[in-house]
Design a protein around this ligand. Structure first.
Ligand SMILES: N[C@@H](CCC(=O)N[C@@H](CS)C(=O)NCC(=O)O)C(=O)O
Length: 207
């Protein structure tokens, strides 16, 4: 059985949406971040980073949302959420799955940290401006990052742009990005995940 360790109003929404897209049975275990549920020895064994989301699948434990999405898309290939290993689109697909943690998250840090962009050559993400223009360029074609095929990469990047951008106002929104967020929001699986998330959310969220 797939078990998702999650908390509402957090990055766990990425894994929640992915599981809803997959349509496989899964159970949710709420980790109460305010009560330190992430710091228990039992949860530490599942995710030593003591953060949500994390997923277990029998003997498998996997944390880091990009890794969870990659794992699930490959584990259930019939859902069609990942290009096959020999599909030429696989390269770009993996690139977007790494882009979230390696480029978008540091770009948010740059925009909110008040320290300026620093050295764009040394920065792994270049600059927030660069990250956002790369996303904008990729999404101007659409409808999805890989064109006509919706993949796990859209779950990850879609949540980043919606959650970190539109909801938390930490990232700018271009017309192409706005249209993409709107398209993501029309997916029934996204709506189910958002409803689950909102039903469990204390006002103001947890993290
Ligand atoms: N790199 C992780 C980040 C996960 C993360 O930062 N989760 C936050 C909630 S958004 C968390 O669990 N915070 C609780 C804590 O640090 O105590 C991922 O992508 O899954």
């Amino acid at each position: 059985m797939l078990t998702l360790y999650w908390a509402p109003s957090t990055r766990a929404l990425r894994a929640l949406w992915m599981l809803e897209e997959l349509g496989q049975p899964y159970e949710r275990v709420l980790v109460d971040l305010r009560q330190g549920g992430q710091k228990t020895p039992g949860y530490h064994r599942i995710n030593p980073m003591e953060k949500v989301p994390a997923l277990t699948d029998g003997p498998v434990a996997v944390a880091e949302s990009g890794a969870i999405l990659t794992y699930l898309a490959d584990r259930y290939p019939r859902a069609g959420l990942a290009p096959a290993i020999d599909d030429p689109r696989r390269g770009r697909y993996l690139q977007w799955l790494f882009f979230s943690g390696n480029c978008i998250e540091p770009a948010v840090g740059e925009l909110t940290g008040g320290q300026g962009g620093g050295n764009t050559v040394q920065n792994g993400w270049g600059s927030a401006d660069r990250v956002m223009s790369v996303l904008d360029e990729a999404l101007r074609g659409g409808p999805w990052l890989l064109g006509d095929s919706f993949t796990a990469a859209d779950v990850l990047i879609g949540i980043d742009l919606n959650f970190l951008g539109r909801m938390m106002k930490l990232l700018p929104e271009t017309p192409a990005i706005a249209a993409y967020i709107d398209r993501c929001a029309t997916r029934p699986a996204f709506q189910r995940a958002a409803a689950i998330d909102q039903a469990a959310a204390p006002s103001g969220g947890q993290a």
